[in-house]
Design a protein around this ligand. Sequence first.
Ligand code: MIG
Length: 760
Amino acid sequence: MRFEIVGNTERVTGQPDVLIIKTREATARIWVYSDSIIRVNVSKAFDETDHSFAVIQKPADQLEYSETTDEIVITTSLLKLRINKSPLRFNFYTANDKELSKDDERFGINWQGERVINYRKLYADEKFIGLGEKTGNLNKRGSSFTNWNTDAALHDTKTDRLYKTFPFFIGIHSGLTYGLFFDNTHKSYFDFGATTDEQMSWFGADGGDMNYYFFGAQSVAKIIEDYTWLTGRMEMPPLWSLGYQQCRWSYMSAAEVLDIAQRFRKEKIPADVMYCDIDYMHGFKIFTWNKETFPNPKAFIAKLKAINFRLVIIVDPGIKIEDGYKQYDEGVDKDYFAKYPNGENYTADVWPGRCHFPDFFRDDVREWWGAAFTALTEPGVEGFWNDMNEPAAWGQNIPWLVKFGDKFMPEVRNAYGMQMARATYEGTRKLLENKRPFVLTRAAYAGTQRYSAVWTGDNSAYDEHMLMGQRMVSSLGITGMSFVGVDIGGFTGNPTPELMVRWNSLGVFTPMFRNHAMQGTIRREPWQWGKKNMAIIKKDIELRYRLLPYIYSGFYQSHKNGMPLSRTLAIDYTYDENVYDVKYHNQFLFGDNILVAPVESMQLTADVYLPAGEWHRLSSGEKYPGGQVYNVDAPLTDLPVFINAGAIIPMQNGVQSTNENGDGILELNVWYGTQVSSFVYYEDDGTSYDYESGDYYKREITFDPAKRTVTFSEVEGSFKSRFGKIQLVLHGFGNLTSLKKQAKRLKPVKNLSASFTIEF
Ligand code: MIG
């Protein structure tokens, strides 16, 4: 095997926007993307088209550097990249010379055959978070991982190679933070000091360039903001997709789907979404309906809509080989499928039997795929679930010589699912005109947040899987994916009633709240668990609906600056060691102010770590000074949930679906705190793209304990709020007699478009 380490600089060329350094082995290119983002590409065969699936920004026009005999230094207002010329090494510092991250002096960037690797210095106290959907701990120090999108059915809490690839991590050491995004779609590897004698961390790939973006902002939140600036942010999701979603593999007929939906209404359990898994199709042929079991899709969907349900439909990439099947005939005719190098269409077995696979890397194929959704949008489907797009096929070992466009499978496999989701999103967005499609995908690559929500695939019905799922959700949040779900209850296996109830209570605080289960498992709908349990499940789902104004405002943050809805405590309490302790690493903030401590189903008390500040338990109002561990009650009826002092949380009164208007009262809950606090409230019509042209309702609400006021800023945007009245609910304010006296003064709060202040 060839082994080469990038060596001595032979030539340096400065162009206005890029610095080019040649060595005998390769050429390095360096661009500045912003004051806190520098890109390094070291390549033997740089492709001038410089294509990326993930990155949507361009480098800055100008790059400043200085050069001495030994060194080249690139400086921005926040970052300093010191390049050692011989041997060529890349060392990053803050603008005021604090060391953030360095190449390993000995091995730096190197090639082992076609593999390209970067060994970097490992700091004694260094922690690592990120990589999206991975098993293991929040702190990935001492672990190693592979990115190779895989249909990971039956994965456990140790399995590597899951469905998605997010080659982005954040390093934390010496009171400093940095981020690194390795933009390479080949099979890739990350080793955070697992087997390097505590000397190095490393990452690399089976091929392609050493191509990374280095982030130097000094906070985890700012690094996430920068990463999502670079790779894009999610649109506002359809409001209905934030309601409760009921799925199963499969509800076998239109009658059964309707029956389940009606039962929700009968039991008065709020819900918004029903799903059709693969059995709605005729012979598993994508874009067809089974004529016997779904004889009239339009009438069926109209009936669902009449009781305020939307339908989400699954699509797989595999196109059945069958003459006369439209997608097959067209695909063959136009040459739209992945191929062997001799031009034959690649064939593998999946649900429909022998299949071909659309080449989603091609513009014309994506367009064709997108347009085919008329078969679903025309009868009224608004949600599109993309499964099996790792891509999966029976045997799970697609030959390396299969080609997508001009690339062999191993080069782009990790982006296939993302390109399918993109085709689905772009097509359905066009077809639905001004309506927002809901797209959900299992496989993904960095940047997928621009097109789709994700779920964590086939999890299992046991406690550790539930807890690990929560870590995955929070970890996906670090890598730009805010809209994330897990199969509530566990896909594989049968949950105990306790686990079902507990998992559902955690689902309230999961960005996407979907109950789903595998064929052959026991039924999962809320009424399958006995009266007592159903009552708890119902109450929890009601809480989800009460919180929707807060949740929607949380998604507005994801849309605006990439801040995820589900936040590991490492975002806000980066330097607090307890946050990484495996006893507490499942805890997270849901939005700005709600701390949730996931608890195993049979554990009825829990040790909870409350970070600095002051916290109020949501259920009891009890106050807890932060910076301590508490052993708290955790019965199945009351997941430990704590509200940050000073929190402002908008809620609404009960509705059965997001399509209902409700009573028009926005309940503004304020928890007492000693500091000034504020919350950005956001609302729009929840279904259209009109918000992009200013049709939204946004205002900042500020609580000032010293002045004893709650102040509402002027409304920004042209949207008329659904809520005609605001009701203030104060928590932890002690004696409220003075407020009661002033209660009358709250009534005039009618002209909600102006700015105003309430005194108490
Ligand atoms: O080979 O469509 O992860 O959610 O229910 C299994 C059937 C295919 C895997 C998905 C799962 C879905 C199932 N699918």
